[in-house]
Design a protein around this ligand. Structure first.
Ligand code: DGT
Ligand code: CA
Ligand code: CA
Ligand code: ZN
Length: 584
């Protein structure tokens, strides 16, 4: 039976291909299928067991989608989807994700100058062929070339955003765990390290008989093409062209294999050197003594780290950036865990134009999830359509007062998500801002300014006494929109000097501040962070773990994450910046 996750993937793919078919990402049918995918993603009951009548009752699901769902559940495919897949291969679809290249332009490129993939696009750019086409010029050529570079889209070495890969990997792992004889199944590689883009998915399965696992894998609905079907290793591609390698290892060697295939390569090389120093050898099967041939450790990763004289290194840290030396010296950072988080400080409701759950539902869910404090941060007035007028802010205050009575154990702050203008200006006015309990300030426009201007606008926002935190610092959408160029060290300095926090946004397509930038602050303990979900729907509180993974990858210490602090300590800190300004 198709899971909801599988159905979401299929409907999203359909919507993506429809963009090309309809010539616009905003086409009515594209939006309808996207909305339907959102609805399925938020559904708890299995959609595969619902009738057409039940499906169309879901908010956002129409008759056409309902019928496609049923067709997929009944036959394992959708005829129209298969036709679109034929017409628009993955390498062509990839072009539509490049900023500046809409579906119409992509089809123009294909039909006029025979550009079908990133490599051919790069060649055409080098020959300045794009400027000859209607609607394109030298300026768009430069913009597209830069986007290809910064998004890491390089033909054969192309990488997929983690948000596209993680659901697929989980689908594979969960299915393989059900195969008789399987003891463990995990994804390894860059995905386990929580890289924000993924080359291919590496799945490891512990089982004494590999045959049934290999057979089960090639028959999974996510597998579109089998590249190599071996005895213990099979490589397959999804319809979108993502490669998945599945390897079966003996249960007694699972730890060694997991360690090896989690990598990174740089981390493995350092471990292997430590083994050699002991007269041992380390490979994907075991840590063994060279002289006697005897196994030293193999069953678990921890046993291997321990034998090598190291503390366990969390997968997110395994990038060969000093973690092995730190593990040897007992100086690994005390990383943050999901259980450490006590508050969520970036939350929307339907008061914001793009919120999808009511204020009551958001607050109830926060309370049910055991949060001790939240900040409701609706969009502010300068954000067209989605932002709150001053009157609405006052009206929401009354609602929040009612909810504080209803949930006495939950501390509810009234906040706002302000928009940082190109010059660093903010919404509302100074006195109005000072009346909020908590303000997030975020960039929502002007992503293309030069670095000096971007840095200046962020520093101006940080200098405002009402701004507690900068939201999603770079504004990137992984694989879709490069982040703003900003001098992150200058931002850290200003944040530290003013007592302003930096948000680690939990959306899987944002993961913003990016981990490599976070790592630049790992030697300093004067910058405060908050890990926030930026939820627009009750289900998005569960995204918390993605932000935590990203924080860990950035070596962020638990003690520097303000929403791990107890309520009174957090509130005292949150008030300090405003209070200092009022006194001064
Ligand atoms: P990706 O797929 O490009 O996002 O990144 P990874 O890290 O998943 O790389 P992948 O799939 O090529 O290999 C998975 C892991 O296997 C890698 O992180 C470390 C290990 N590995 C692969 N090739 C080598 C190698 O030549 N030497 C060593 N020491 N380890 C390797
Ligand atoms: Ca990989
Ligand atoms: Ca691989
Ligand atoms: Zn937001």
């Amino acid at each position: 039976m198709a899971t909801n996750r599988e159905l979401v993937r299929i409907i999203r793919e359909y919507a993506e291909l429809l963009k090309l078919e309809e010539g616009s990402p905003q086409a009515f049918r594209v939006r309808a299928y996207d909305k339907a995918a959102d609805a399925l993603g938020e559904l708890v009951e299995p959609a595969a067991e619902m009738s057409i009548a039940e499906l169309v009752k879901l908010d956002g699901v129409g008759k056409a989608t309902a019928e496609k769902i049923q067709e997929y559940v009944a036959t394992g495919s959708i005829a129209k989807l298969d036709a679109l897949r034929e017409k628009y291969p993955p390498s062509l679809v990839e072009l539509t994700r490049i900023p500046g290249l809409g579906p119409k332009t992509v089809l123009l490129l294909r039909d006029k100058i025979n550009v079908n993939n990133v490599a051919e696009l790069k060649a055409a750019l080098a020959k300045q062929q794009l400027r000859e086409l209607p609607g394109l010029g030298a300026k768009s050529e430069a913009k597209i070339a830069k986007a290809i570079d910064r998004l890491g889209l390089h033909g054969k070495d192309r990488r997929s955003p983690i948000i596209n890969v993680l659901p697929i990997a989980r689908e594979v792992v969960e299915a393989l765990r059900e195969v008789p004889g399987v003891k463990q199944a995990e994804y390894a590689g860059s995905l386990r390290r929580f890289s924000d883009t993924i080359g291919d998915v590496d799945v490891l399965v512990a089982a004494s008989k590999p045959g049934p696992v290999m057979d089960a894998f090639v028959n999974l609905p996510v597998v579109a093409r089998v590249e190599a079907h071996g005895e213990t290793k099979t490589t397959a591609l999804t319809a979108e062209g993502l490669q998945i390698d599945v390897r079966v290892v003996a249960p007694g060697e699972f730890g060694a294999a997991l360690l090896y295939f989690t990598g990174s390569k740089a981390h493995n090389i350092e471990l292997r050197q430590l083994a050699i120093d002991q007269g041992w050898t380390l490979n994907e099967y075991e840590l063994a003594d060279v002289a006697t041939g005897k196994s030293v450790a193999a069953r678990t990763e921890n046993a291997i780290y321990k034998a090598l004289g190291l503390r366990f290194v969390e997968p997110e840290l395994r990038e060969g950036v000093g973690e092995v030396a730190a593990a040897a010296a007992g100086k690994l950072p005390r990383l943050v865990d999901v259980e450490d988080i006590r508050g969520d400080l970036h939350v929307h409701s339907t008061w914001s134009g793009d919120g999808r759950s009511s204020l009551d539902d958001m607050v109830r869910t926060a309370s049910e999830r055991g949060l001790e404090y939240i900040a409701m941060t609706e969009h502010a007035e300068n954000l067209a359509i989605n932002g709150l007028s001053r009157e609405q802010v006052t009206e929401e205050a009354a609602e929040l007062a009612r909810l504080r009575e209803a949930y006495p154990k939950l501390t509810i702050l009234q906040g706002s998500e302000l928009n940082i203008g190109p010059d660093g200006s903010l919404d509302y006015d100074h006195d109005f801002l000072m009346d909020f309990d908590w303000c997030v300030a975020s960039v929502h426009s002007h992503f293309d300014l030069p670095q000096a201007d971007q840095t200046a606008r962020i520093l101006t926002a940080i200098a405002h006494p009402a701004v507690n935190v900068i939201g999603h610092l770079t504004g990137r959408r992984i694989g879709k929109r490069p982040g703003i160029e900003v001098d992150v060290d200058a931002v850290f300095d200003a944040a530290a000097a003013t007592g302003t926090a930096l948000e680690i946004n939990c959306h899987l397509d944002r993961l913003d501040v990016p981990a490599d930038m976070l790592r630049r602050a790992r030697e300093r303990s004067d910058v405060t962070f908050v890990i926030s979900t930026d939820s627009h729907h009750v289900n998005e509180f569960a995204n918390l773990r993605w932000g935590v993974h990203n924080a860990r990858r950035g070596w962020v210490q638990k003690k520097l994450v303000a929403n791990t602090w107890p309520t009174h300590r957090f509130l005292e800190w949150a008030r300090r910046k405003r209070d200092t300004a009022r006194v001064g």
